[in-house]
Design a protein around this ligand. Structure first.
Ligand code: WT7
Length: 677
């Protein structure tokens, strides 16, 4: 649109790319190389197009199968790719049972409670086996759940969360875990969409020094779901302190059950793992989209498990003797793939951390690392920035040694990368910057840590078997290594890619394939590049640098929030007439949403209204959606066609030049908005 162009308020992606200076590279430490799982310098060729798709057999062979597959990749119904067709396996068996002969007395999970005066719990593979089996028996018998049913989990970070997921996987029940920080209403939306009649939650958990009542959200979730026609008949509640109920909210007779009571009837029971088809659904993971309601990324059993196991082994360099700590929440895909399924399939000891990394102080993560001898550490730029700001000197006070560190979730500033490398990694650890998405199941771009040099701020080349490319708006590939910005796509299918959006095939095709599909009747995968929705540049060395989302999704602390979701929630405040949400750079969170509202006639701007909007977003979506600022403006800047000019708002909020606004329908309003800054 002409109006959009002349507004000229934003630095274009191409400009960003031009201003970005090439960073120096860092070679991996020889001691790391000496012990690494993947050291073959030709691995990318072995996973190259000539060997596609059979190269992925190597990942599938890291799993145990009841029945081996007959076809590696079926492309007959694009873009619904089917991997390892004809194979049968069980994800829980692969994460637990198969490790018993060798590792039953080894720790599978370390549970680190937030309060430091509580002991760390160490759950062996044997104990994990027992606890998963008894809970699977309960789900089957007490809840009547069976293969293919969906269950919504709204659980905090305790050891019962992976136990619950694995128990579901054992009996073929599809789990859908909702991040515990999300509201009851957000859980309700996901209960409805997935069609869950059982909700599994926890009574309470610690966050920032406070024991929060979590059960109250279950009451809201069940009530809201009922309004939309989805009845939840059982709510299972795990106790933070077994045997003691820690929530204020009363139990609802006949609906709410304390797991720690009911489970006594299932002690000593064992449940045969279901022999699942490779293509059966393992779980749903809801993620925000640009348009309204969250979408359920549907992940398979065989392809997903093979992909997360393979990438955990080669990119995370996990060995059974490693102590691996990914500080993400299991409520996000990172936790599913790289706290639970990948690491446990490799028999690692995986750390589950309940709390906030900076509580009670910025030394906490390093004390945990020292106490548990953590040697692989995985976190996000947001957490790194916060730890750097509050406790830049802390890492050196503790005697831990990392061999490997990961950053994930958003682009990391080279400055911050260097602090992570020098201070947290003590110049010993390799770093992988892993670019991927909820939809992709596992890593897309990253260095292979023993083979490739690191480059601050760049994710790296495609991981083995992933062929990324940068296309312009017309679908033409930009010259390789040109450092020009465009849209990053993955040219080929891979086993970790979601199967579809739960009950919304149309949206799946539309959002991820339609843009660049040359021929919708083609069954050749070359015609179906995966559109990731991120802008990126490729440097001459083949490293990709991700520039961020190209649609209007806001990435707060590595997690996506749809602007549409936030705007819809703002409009639920009675006084609000119009709302526009824009991303604004923030030194800690990376980006924060700022909410611009104009009021309905007859209302005057007030602090109360601003607070109402903040409260509404927190209630409807969760504290992660808390706006950096709510601006009450006299009117929205609009194009003549009536489109709100979000980029003008974003420029004002970020204190940048708004450029030429004379083509707006109401240019005079821009000065009035600037005056509020
Ligand atoms: C979006 C996906 C991947 C799991 C956590 C977030 C951004 C992710 C990186 C990275 C630059 C990154 C992208 C992507 N992103 N990792 N290493 N460098 N950007 O999952 O909520 O599905 O978000 O996060 O924009 O599309 P998600």
């Amino acid at each position: 649109m002409a109006e959009d162009k002349t507004a000229g308020t934003e630095v274009s992606e191409a400009q960003i790319a031009v201003h970005w200076k090439e960073e120096e590279t860092y070679p991996p430490n020889p001691q790391f190389i000496a012990q690494a799982n993947m050291t073959d310098p030709h691995i990318r060729e072995k996973f190259g197009e000539e060997n596609f798709p059979n190269c992925f057999k190597e990942y599938a062979d890291m799993l145990d199968w009841y029945e081996y597959w007959t076809k590696t990749l079926d492309t007959s119904n694009p873009p619904y790719w089917k991997w390892f067709v004809g194979g049968k396996l069980n994800a829980c068996y692969n994460c637990v049972d198969r490790h018993l002969p060798k590792y039953k007395n080894k720790t599978a999970l370390h549970f680190v409670p937030e309060p430091e005066n509580e002991r760390i719990e160490h759950i062996t593979f044997q104990e994990l086996y027992v606890r998963v089996n008894e809970f699977a028996a309960l789900l089957k018998d007490f809840c009547g759940l069976k293969r293919g049913d969906r269950v919504t989990l709204h659980m905090p970070m305790t050891v019962e969360l992976p136990i619950t997921m694995l128990a579901c996987a054992r009996i073929g029940v599809i789990h859908s875990q909702v991040f515990s920080g999300f509201s009851g209403k957000a859980a309700a939306d996901r209960i409805v969409d997935s069609g869950s009649r059982v909700l599994i939650t926890g009574d309470a958990y610690y966050r920032g020094g406070k024991l929060l009542d979590h059960k109250e959200k279950a009451d809201i979730a069940v009530a809201e779901a009922a309004k939309e026609g989805q009845k939840v008949d059982k709510v299972l509640i795990w106790q933070r302190y077994p045997g003691k109920y820690s929530a204020q909210t009363p139990l609802v007779e006949g609906r709410d059950f304390i797991v720690n009571d009911v489970i006594k009837n299932y002690y000593h029971q064992e449940v045969e793992p279901e022999k699942m088809n490779s293509e059966d659904v393992l779980f749903l993971m809801y993620t925000s989209g640009t348009t309204g309601k969250p979408k359920g990324a549907q992940h398979s059993t065989g392809g997903y498990m093979a992909y997360v196991t393979g990438t955990s082994k080669w990119i995370q360099d996990i060995h059974p003797e490693d102590v691996y700590w990914c500080m993400a929440d299991i409520g996000w895909i990172t936790g599913h793939s790289y706290i639970v399924y990948g690491p446990l399939a490799l028999a690692a000891s995986s750390v589950i951390f309940e709390g906030v990394p900076t509580h009670p102080d910025a030394g906490r993560p390093w004390r945990v690392a020292e106490e548990l001898d953590v040697n692989i550490f995985h976190t996000s730029p947001t957490a790194i920035r916060a730890l750097r700001r509050i406790g830049p000197e802390e890492p050196h006070k503790y005697k831990y040694h990392f061999k490997h560190m990961t950053t994930v979730g958003e682009p990391i500033e080279p400055e911050v990368w260097r602090w992570y490398y020098n201070e947290v990694g003590k110049k010993e650890a390799v770093i992988v910057d892993t670019w991927w998405q909820t939809e992709t199941g596992g890593f897309l771009c990253s260095t292979v840590p023993a083979i490739d040099n690191m480059k601050p701020g760049s994710a790296g080349p495609g991981v083995p078997g992933i062929y990324p490319e940068i296309l312009d708006d017309n679908g033409e590939p930009l010259p390789r290594g040109s450092n020009k910005a465009g849209n990053i796509v993955i040219k080929n299918p891979w086993p970790g890619l979601m199967q579809t959006i739960w009950r919304d095939d149309e949206r799946f095709v539309k959002q991820y394939f339609e843009r660049y599909c040359a021929n919708k009747n083609s069954t050749d995968w070359h015609d179906w590049p995966y559109f990731a929705g991120d802008g990126a540049v490729e440097a001459p060395d083949g490293y990709f640098r991700i520039l961020g989302r190209i649609d209007d999704v806001i990435n707060v602390a590595g997690h996506r929030l749809g602007t549409k979701e936030l705007e819809s929630a703002s409009l639920m405040v009675q006084e609000v007439g119009e709302a526009a949400v824009v991303p604004v750079p923030d030194p800690i969170k990376g980006v924060l949403p700022h909410v611009f509202i104009s009021l309905k006639p007859g209302f005057e701007p007030s602090k109360e209204i601003e607070q109402k909007v903040t409260d509404m977003l927190t209630r409807e979506i969760g504290p992660i959606a808390k706006p950096g600022r709510v601006w009450i403006v006299p009117d929205m800047p609009k194009t003549r066609s009536g489109k709100i000019m979000r980029r003008v708002l974003a420029a004002v909020a970020a204190g940048k030049d708004t450029g030429d606004v004379t083509t707006l329908a109401n240019p005079e309003v821009v000065e009035k908005i600037k005056a509020l800054a």
